[in-house]
Design a protein around this ligand. Structure first.
Ligand code: PLP
Length: 369
């Protein structure tokens, strides 16, 4: 059994992917070819925002908006401690300081009450200037944007949605990627919409921000290639990745539906044995992961491994306890919810093509632990 079955998906669209690759081999525009504009237009329409900028990775999709907001030394950007390293890494790369926030024990997303407390502590300490919030839509479920936007408005902070895991999700009828001023997603192969390599995309309704992102993507270029008006990066996505994404988009809405069915079956099969995920009213998750809690997590993993079933732990160490951020001076006990969940969480195989028979085989060894 596989954790994510990309082969089953490829079988459905192999012909379209090969035709897309052939088109690129024929026209030869490997960088910023016509497929790039096509996928940007398609995904902007899907998300429901006017502008999309494809980039080289999800990490660049977070870093570049922080650069446009001129984040730097002395600035504080609030981010949950329970996320992939890239969320806080992008903040630190600009010279700004990631200020960690605890999570909600039910959704694993940033806890709005703890967010406001962290903002007030930062203001009182007078060392850093609060500038932004980076909520993360963990495991595919949008964070609590109603509460977050209210706090952002109160303290005049900009909001960058880390939608790396939530492409295809929605909240109150609005798609992930459209829940903040600017959002970044990832096309790493294991994400809900994955390429066959690295890639990402930035979404915004702000035209000036969009134009700045286009410039930053190509070394801060001005009117032409060799006029540089700011310092940027090489943040481009390959035409070949766009061809993969265009093929995958033909079945993506159906796959999001299938993921709901898989998650619903897990909920029923696992209800008594582990703590199953809670999706807030108004949210539809993209189900990047199906993550459950069990006080004897390692025993559950061992039992599943014996049965030939792969699992993963996202994430075993919250970011405030990572050596990369040791200089920030956090200690064990600072974020009790995240620390407890890091010790109890595990993710089960999750993809649109997981059938009931497989899910029963996954549930069986867990039942009596
Ligand atoms: C995957 C991921 C990223 C980074 O995306 P890459 O494409 O791997 O650079 C950022 N944030 C979160 C929450 C992620 O899961």
């Amino acid at each position: 059994m596989q954790f994510i079955d990309l082969a089953a998906q490829q079988k459905r669209i192999r012909g379209r992917i090969e035709a897309g690759f052939k088109r690129i081999l024929d026209h030869g525009q490997y960088i910023l070819g016509p497929e790039i504009r096509e996928i940007e237009d398609e995904l902007a329409a899907f998300v429901g925002v006017p502008y999309a900028v494809s980039v080289a990775s999800g990490t660049d999709a977070l870093l570049m908006p922080l650069l446009t907001e001129k984040m730097g030394p002395g600035d504080a950007v609030f981010v949950p401690t329970f996320t992939f390293i890239a969320s806080a890494g992008a903040i630190a790369l600009t010279g700004a300081t990631p200020v960690f926030v605890d999570i909600d024990p039910e959704t694993f997303n940033i806890d709005p009450a703890d967010l406001e407390a962290a903002i007030q502590r930062t203001i009182a300490a007078k060392k850093l200037t609060p500038k932004g919030i980076m909520p993360v839509d963990l495991f595919g479920q949008p964070a609590n944007y109603r509460a977050i936007q209210a706090i952002a408005g109160k303290y005049r902070l900009f909001v960058l949605e880390d939608a790396a895991q939530s492409f295809g999700a929605s909240q109150d009828g609005r798609k992930a990627g459209a829940l903040a001023k600017v959002a970044g997603t990832s096309f790493f192969p294991a994400k809900p919409l994955g390429g066959y390599g690295d890639g990402g995309m930035i979404f915004t309704a702000d035209k000036a921000l969009y134009e700045e992102l286009l410039s930053i993507r190509v070394h801060g270029q001005g009117a032409d290639k060799y006029t540089n008006v700011r310092v940027g990066i090489n943040g481009r996505m390959d035409s070949l990745q766009a061809a993969v994404l265009l093929a995958k988009m033909e079945i993506f809405p159906e796959e999001i539906e299938l993921r709901q069915e898989v998650a619903g079956r897990y909920d029923r099969l696992l209800g008594g044995a582990v703590k199953t995920p809670r999706i807030l009213p108004g949210n539809i998750s993209a189900w990047a992961q199906y993550s459950v809690l069990h006080p004897r997590r390692d025993a559950v993993i061992a039992r599943l491994r014996e049965a030939g079933i792969p699992t993963a732990v996202y994430y075993p160490i919250p970011l405030h306890l990572q050596r990369a951020f040791a200089h920030l001076g956090y200690q064990r006990g600072d974020f009790p919810v995240a620390e407890k969940i890091a010790g109890e969480i595990l993710s089960l195989p999750m993809h649109p093509y997981l059938d009931e028979e497989c899910q029963k085989r996954i549930a069986a060894p867990i039942e009596n632990i």
